[in-house]
Write a protein that binds this ligand. Structure first.
Ligand code: PEP
Ligand code: MG
Length: 893
């Protein structure tokens, strides 16, 4: 018996309120055992049972050894403390009294289920042990007590199998093979149960297997069975697979697992017994109807094994899959009505969709487990919104519950889960969605194939030259480049699936094939990419595109009501702007004007202009370019209908517009009708060793003002014609106030000359550490700062945004970096500079508007940081807008 003075209670008791009220009250007074009732103390299983117990629901009585027991096991050098074991033994006596059964004895032996259960569900952990407490003697007793020896020996067979594989670590396959062999010997048809004689043979064979593989016999002492099982569950907390699972899911190693020990009830005691699972709502569609299955005369593990086809619980579910066998609702209406009543009460109690395990033993219903159910992306959104509309949760809770990946999956086609796929390799998941297509390695091939079939553009990396073929392709795969490389940024902007930096893929141009490991894939063969996961998949696969549900729109409306920061989009075409507008943006935060020259005819004009050294002909060419830019600006202004647009004047180094391959140079010579030598000389002149730190952005305008003048003329003329325009002109790559003063003068001169009646704002990009540090001198000169975190990351860390992926992967693998700084903002470094820019900028110019337009504007954890430092807006690629809105809202709740 327990010493009453003990201070530490290791157990939490459940199930007595329902089972045997007067008995439990009297007995519970004897042992004041109660632990704190929360999921970290009891594990999620133990917590669910404790809650059901408090509600007075029908659960078989038992107790949970708290997670601290697991920590204690390790502190004691992987030993179960005597104090804990003493409490378990004492608690078993109580369980015996409550159930009228005896552990290890008769007349009716008490059998237990023993389950592990951490706070977070960990599928890599231990399985459940059922029927613990059976040995040669108690099995015989159970046969007598139930008058069903087949039931008793079948339970014994199941237990030895579980104990042998789960606790003693013997390959489960050996047991399966043994039973199959005996079934063949005895000519037992598939699916039929074993005769009592056959069960004896199986049990003998199982005992032999255990002896052969462990050199010991299976323990007949039921206390030893239990003690070993508890210790094995604690030990499994540190099994390699559990450790790996925790690493991958960021679960704290210190949490530990609880162990839940519960008196068994049996779903396999004849035609009036059954076992099943149910979800309180449909986990795949989210529909608010019960969804579940059951098996008559069976134990829980048969349901999950998939060997027998279970029956539906509702009539509607049965009709949906056109099954003939009766549903629970039709066959056992009273049980069904009890079950649905309890299920809906549990959902109300936990405020979320529940996944419930239940058993009916000889007509009596028992609940064995309840937890928040796993669900598909669309179900997650639908359930959260439905529950809000039913008044069960509030809007803030809805926002907390919806995952970014749920939203993302709602917008992009996803892999059809009902198929087998062959994953060839993994790259960076640069832009979400799934695309299958015939592979093509050049823009020409993309163009040719795309006329007939879906095509996947596969390149080492993409350049502005590829933009046309990217638009034609269903998806993009690059072997190099990181998450902010050209391919990634453009693909995200286009809403095309894209994988970057798939280093294991080699493009074998001479043999016109892709090589991935041992596999050669010829050009024109099918390949699939999943840009959400980064998986490169063999052949063509089926996808499903989920229509944006009305719930999706409700979720966006909730985010809009809750967030403080405005959300804008990075867009430069009418199509992209339209997509962004459909998601409800506050304006365009970055219009990269160089992207407007990417179509083949514009590219030709642009190239001609930069390759012409004679000023006179350059002026003519600039006039032609002006005319087309004006058309583009007008179209954009019109779709925006008065919403603000930040137009960034030309940013990239000129050489980015030039071809590098000899064949492309030769083509260009023909296109622009200039001598080869002249073209080659000009390309050489424009070539830079470090173009990203070179002649680009504002510097280009200081040396070649005519290009910016052309763009400004196009802007002001377009604005004058459309009138309803909130124009914001932005200067890239500024590092000093003198640059701003110089360029503002040019802007204002043209403004006065062309459109003095049009109002505009001027801002600069903060992309260089010096610009951030100089914020106090820069801010008074401008209306806004737009922080370009792509370049600011590159220039602060001194890591090339195009080449960094090569070694950043290694840094991450070695645990030196938590995340790719081009995806998730480096808050300590780049973030500190942004903070300086904000503080100094606002102290010199209190009304200064500050936003961010790098790729981090679409990254949830970076967005949380931007909220915390009080930025006014974030701007991201159009398809990222819903995620950005949700993140901006979540940052407020
Ligand atoms: C940036 O540098 O963050 C930015 C938005 O500009 P770009 O990506 O065009 O260099
Ligand atoms: Mg930049």
């Amino acid at each position: 018996m327990l010493n009453k003075k003990q201070t530490k209670n290791w157990l939490h008791r459940f199930g007595y309120d329902y089972t045997n009220e007067p008995l439990s009250k009297a007995l519970c007074g004897e042992l004041a055992i109660e632990a704190k009732c929360d999921p970290s103390t009891l594990g999620s299983k133990g917590y669910g049972l404790a809650q059901m117990s408090a509600l007075g629901f029908p659960i078989p009585p038992g107790f949970t050894i708290i997670t601290e027991g697991c920590r204690n096991y390790y502190e004691k050098g992987e030993r179960l403390a005597q104090e804990i074991w003493d409490q378990v033994v004492a608690e078993l006596q109580l369980l015996e009294k409550a159930t009228g059964k005896h552990f290890g004895g008769g007349p009716f032996p008490l059998l237990l289920s023993v389950r592990s259960g951490a706070k977070a569900s960990m599928p890599g952990m231990m399985d459940t042990l059922l029927n613990l407490g059976l040995n040669d003697a108690t099995t015989e007793l159970l046969g007598h007590a139930t008058n069903d020896f087949r039931f008793a020996y079948d339970g014994y067979r199941r237990f030895i199998e579980m104990y042998g594989s789960v606790i003693m670590g013997i390959d489960h396959h050996l047991f399966v093979e043994a039973i199959e062999a005996i079934k063949r010997q005895e000519n037992i048809p598939l699916g039929a149960g074993l005769s009592l004689g056959a069960l004896h043979t199986v049990i003998d064979r199982y005992k032999q297997i255990i002896f052969t593989h462990t050199g010991t016999t299976y323990p007949q002492d039921v206390f030893k069975q239990l003690k070993n099982s508890i210790a094995a569950i604690f030990a499994s907390w540190n099994s390699p697979r559990a450790v790996t699972y925790r690493r991958l899911n960021q679960i704290d190693d210190q949490e530990g697992t609880a162990v839940t020990i519960q008196s068994m009830v049996f779903g396999n005691r004849g035609a009036d017994s059954l076992t099943g699972v149910l979800f309180t709502r449909n986990p795949s569609t989210g529909a608010p109807t019960l969804f579940g299955e059951y098996l008559i005369n069976a134990q829980g593990e048969e349901l999950v094994s998939g060997l027998v086809t279970p029956q539906q619980i509702t009539k509607q579910g049965r009709e949906l899959i056109q099954a003939k066998e009766d549903s629970l609702e039709e066959k056992y209406p009273i049980i069904f009505s009890q079950l649905s009543h309890l299920a809906s009460a549990l959902e109300d109690h936990f405020g979320d969709m529940q996944d419930i395990e239940y058993t009916v033993e000889q007509g009596r219903l028992w609940l064995l487990q309840t937890r928040n159910g796993k669900r598909s992306a669309s179900a997650a959104v639908k359930i959260a919104i439905d529950m809000m509309q039913e008044g069960k949760i509030d809007g803030q809770e809805v926002l907390k519950r919806i995952d970014y990946s749920d939203l993302e999956r709602l917008l992009h086609p996803t892999l059809d889960p009902n198929q087998t796929i062959e994953v060839l390799t993994q790259g960076l998941p640069a832009a979400p969605g799934v695309a299958s297509g015939l592979i093509a390695f050049s823009p020409e091939a993309v163009e040719a194939i795309s006329k007939k079939e879906q095509v996947l553009l596969v390149r080492e990396e993409t350049s502005p030259d590829d933009i046309g073929s990217m638009a034609m392709a269903a998806g993009i795969l690059t072997t190099k480049g990181g998450m902010t490389a050209h391919a990634a940024v453009v693909a995200r902007g286009m809403g095309k699936p894209c994988i970057c930096g798939a280093h294991a893929v080699t493009i074998d141009l001479p043999n016109q094939c892709l090589v991935i490991g041992q596999k050669k894939i010829p050009m024109g063969s099918y390949l699939t990419i999943d840009g959400t996961t980064g998986q490169v998949i063999s052949g063509k696969v089926a996808t499903i595109r989920q229509k944006p549900l009305p719930e999706f729109l409700t979720c966006m409306a909730l985010a809009d009501q809750t967030k403080r920061m405005a959300v804008r989009a990075n867009a430069e075409t009418v199509q992209d702007a339209a997509v962004a507008l459909s998601f409800g943006i506050s304006g365009i935060g970055l219009c990269r004007t160089e992207h407007m020259f990417f179509s083949p005819d514009r590219m030709r004009m642009f190239r001609k202009m930069i390759l012409t050294s004679a000023t006179a002909s350059r002026v003519d060419l600039l006039a032609e370019l002006m005319a087309v830019q004006k058309i583009d600006f007008k179209a954009l202004f019109q779709v925006l209908n008065g919403l603000p647009i930040t137009v960034r004047l030309l940013d990239p180094p000129l050489h980015e517009f030039l071809p590098s391959h000899p064949k492309e140079v030769a083509d260009l010579v023909v296109q622009i009708e200039r001598p080869l030598a002249e073209v080659e000389k000009r390309i050489a002149q424009l070539c830079e060793v470090n173009p990203m730190l070179g002649h680009r952005g504002a510097r280009l305008a200081i040396t070649f003002p005519e290009i910016y003048k052309m763009q400004l003329q196009a802007l002001f003329e377009a604005a004058l014609e459309v009138k309803q325009v909130a124009l914001e002109i932005m200067l890239p790559l500024i590092f000093d106030a003198q640059e701003v003063i110089f360029l503002k003068k040019i802007i204002e001169e043209l403004h006065q000359k062309i459109a003095p009646q049009i109002q505009y704002k001027v801002g600069i990009m903060i992309e260089l550490p010096r610009a951030a540090l100089q914020a106090a001198t820069l801010a008074p000169l401008v209306d806004f700062f737009s922080i370009g975190t792509n370049d600011l990351t590159q220039t602060t860390l001194g890591i090339s945004r195009d080449d960094g992926a090569k070694f950043l992967d290694v840094y991450r693998a070695k645990g030196l970096l938590k995340a790719d700084p081009f995806v998730t903002l480096d808050q300590e470094g780049v973030g500190a500079l942004i903070q300086i820019a904000v503080t100094r900028g606002r102290s010199a110019h209190p009304n200064l508007k500050i936003g961010i337009c790098g790729e981090h504007g679409g990254d949830p954890s970076s967005i949380q940081f931007f909220e915390s430092i009080g930025l006014d807006y974030i701007s991201c690629s159009p398809y990222r807008v819903p995620i950005a809105k949700l993140a901006a809202a979540k940052a407020r709740v």
